[in-house]
Design a protein around this ligand. Structure first.
Ligand SMILES: [Fe+2]
Length: 247
């Protein structure tokens, strides 16, 4: 990401950069130091997902006031986690040019943890958010649930960019109501792997069923992203472009 993010931001004149960093710490969770690295690379907001709390120190890091604009406030966990979970699931901010924006992080329920309903949670949050430009990171397992949330939010948010399944999907498009959508933006990480894990370990797990520790792979790293162009006045998306950049 350090190799590519600068030239992608420059060549596309990116105003707002959001990175899902839930597995940035060697494949498991995120630490405050790695969050700082991602903020230094240009992220205004970092989203997460089911691995949000793998590194316990992040639970202290996100304990800031709701009105803070500092980095820990801009590291989100899914908004439909239990309300007692440290941190926040939505951030409303302003770009240097005064443009207001919001980022919402949600997690799916199909084949996943027992979090609250992401559909109703999104409705609740959108009733409160003032910004027109709203990006949703929907971190979910099932393509059906992701596509359904895309339709549910079409015309009400700028983009629904889905994560968690690691493999980029070729269905990026702007839905009829003006919401940019993709079922999975894809992992930034090693593609000579099984969704980021050393492939021998995973193949062996399938062959034998024996438990064993998984480790992050290293080979064939790629950065995956989408570039979304939108109207700052209405928040409607004009285009979504999928990127996969190798070494
Ligand atoms: Fe995940």
């Amino acid at each position: 990401m350090a190799e590519h993010i600068g030239h992608v931001m420059d060549s596309h004149a990116i105003d707002l950069c959001v990175i899902n960093g839930e597995n940035a710490a060697g494949g498991f969770g995120i630490t405050p130091a790695i969050a700082d690295d991602l903020f230094d690379l240009g992220a205004q907001v970092i989203t997460t997902g089911n691995h949000f709390w793998d590194k316990k120190e992040i639970l202290e890091y996100v304990k800031v006031g709701a009105d803070s604009r500092e980095r820990p406030r801009r590291l989100l966990r899914p908004a439909n986690f239990a309300p007692t979970t440290p941190g926040f699931g939505v951030y409303e901010g302003e770009l240097p040019n005064g443009q207001a924006y919001a980022v919402i992080n949600l997690q799916g329920r199909v084949f996943m943890a027992n979090n609250d309903d992401p559909f109703r949670r999104a409705d609740e949050l959108l009733a409160q958010i003032k910004a027109k430009t709203v990006l949703v990171d929907f971190h979910a397992e099932a393509t059906s649930e992701k596509i359904a949330l895309g339709w549910h939010l079409d015309g009400r948010v700028t983009a629904v960019v889905c994560t968690h399944t690691h493999v980029p999907t070729a269905d990026e498009r702007v839905l009829p109501g003006g919401t940019a959508y993709i079922t999975d933006v894809g992992m930034s990480g090693p593609y000579d792997s099984v969704i980021g894990v050393e492939r021998e370990m995973v193949v062996n797990r399938f062959l034998t069923g024996a438990p064993g520790k998984f480790e992050a792979a290293k080979g064939n790293p790629k950065m995956c992203a989408v570039v979304i162009e939108c109207d700052g006045g209405t928040g409607q998306a004009h285009s979504i472009q999928r990127l996969m950049l190798g070494e």
